[in-house]
Unconditional design. Sequence first.
Length: 94
Amino acid sequence: MAADGTDLKKLTDHPAMDFWPAWSPDGRRPRIAFTSNRDGNYEIYLMNSDGTGLRNLTNHPAQDNSAAWTPDGKNIAFVSNRAGGSDVYLLEVK
């Protein structure tokens, strides 16, 4: 949206919850990682900055959330309970 609040653009349009967006640090190919429960549990998704190119980065019965990019934009750290407790994981983004 513009600085004055006009031209607001909705990037996701799904009945599930989409939240905790994180912008990639790479200005040449800006992308947004976010958490969604659109497949029944919390997973990490990635999309282009205009909302296109949506893809699921994690697909696990555990809850994955809180995506954060590494400064070089090559990896995303996230929190998951896949080992029983809340732990931080790192995945390579291609």
